[in-house]
Design a protein around this ligand. Structure first.
Ligand SMILES: NC(=O)c1ccc[n+]([C@@H]2O[C@H](COP(=O)([O-])OP(=O)(O)OC[C@H]3O[C@@H](n4cnc5c(N)ncnc54)[C@H](OP(=O)(O)O)[C@@H]3O)[C@@H](O)[C@H]2O)c1
Length: 265
């Protein structure tokens, strides 16, 4: 049976993959709650969704704010029980070319958003969804989680943690009727990586990514991986000699901008 969520909450819905996913699900009979920090961009996405017949409201909440997230998520879920939550908000940061170590503040900033932000999104919904015995919790990881990349140590570490968190929750929650899906994208053309200097093999648009995510959720996949070829390429690097892979990786011309995000807003 196909999965047709009626009440959906997406974090990071003001841009990129989250925005495209909101538009993908927007239709008559669907209620979307769009979470992000930029109210104007969220409103623009909500207007797109309403034009497609959906009911859309915005939640201007910083995923780093645990209490605000808890209160907003619980209030939203109490009014319109969520069938699907997508913990998708995320940022990128990396090593400026020639640098040996990442900016410690940027490292803490990315963990606060990419990892603690996922906890802040998922934790408040576990009990209400389990009490109803249904619902889907999706989290956005990355193919960058499969093998550590020398250019973005903390980004890879946050995403690897998300992968293991999702995997760890899945079995326990399945017994309560709640499904956990891990979204594992390769390169998607979004604001997140527009200033990234790197080869971006098999890159796709955010609309293409959103269609793949929806298809994966429809099929109730535990892991929604795309593109598969890049994923298997990443997996291959984990069985090759580590020093050989390092040798080639550090010689690839990659420049990942340092984020300005910090622990708190
Ligand atoms: N693009 C890729 O190639 C790629 C590949 C693999 C995985 N991913 C993952 O996909 C997810 C979405 O990224 P994207 O590429 O769509 O990037 P994006 O276009 O930059 O969108 C990021 C979204 O996250 C939100 N966000 C960032 N910090 C936030 C915070 N503190 N509180 C609330 N919302 C916050 C942003 O909203 P505001 O600006 O309104 O705060 C924005 O809506 C991320 O988890 C990313 O790691 C992306």
């Amino acid at each position: 049976m196909s999965f047709s969520p009626r009440s959906i909450l997406i974090t990071g819905a003001s841009s990129g993959i989250g925005r495209a996913l909101a538009r993908e699900y927007a239709a008559a009979g669907v209620r979307l709650t769009l979470v992000g920090r930029d109210a104007a961009r969220l409103e623009a996405v909500a207007a797109d969704c309403r034009a497609k017949g959906a009911v859309a409201e915005i939640g201007q909440v910083d995923v780093r704010d645990r209490q605000a997230m808890h209160d907003f998520l619980r209030a939203t879920d109490a009014k319109h029980p969520l069938d699907l939550v997508v913990a998708n908000a995320g940022i990128n940061t990396g090593l400026p070319s020639g640098a040996l170590a990442e900016d410690p503040e940027a490292v803490r900033g990315i963990f606060a958003i990419n990892l603690l932000g996922v906890f802040n999104t998922v934790e408040p919904l576990i009990e209400p969804m389990a009490a109803r015995g249904k619902g889907v919790i999706a989290m956005t990881g990355s193919i960058a989680a499969i093998r550590g990349l020398p250019y973005s140590p903390s980004y890879c570490a946050t995403k690897a943690a998300v992968h293991l968190y999702a995997e760890s929750l899945r079995g326990t929650l399945a017994r309560k009727g709640v499904a956990v899906s891990l979204i594992v994208p390769g390169f998607v053309h979004t604001a997140l990586n527009e200033n990234l200097v790197a080869p971006k093999p098999l890159a796709m648009t955010d609309e293409q990514a959103a269609r793949k995510i929806r298809r994966g959720l429809d099929r109730r996949k535990a892991n929604i991986i795309f593109p598969r070829l890049l994923y298997w390429g990443a997996r291959l690097t984990t069985v090759l000699p580590a020093r050989l892979v390092d040798f080639f990786m550090v010689r690839t011309n990659v420049d990942v901008p340092v984020t300005r995000e910090r622990m708190t807003s």
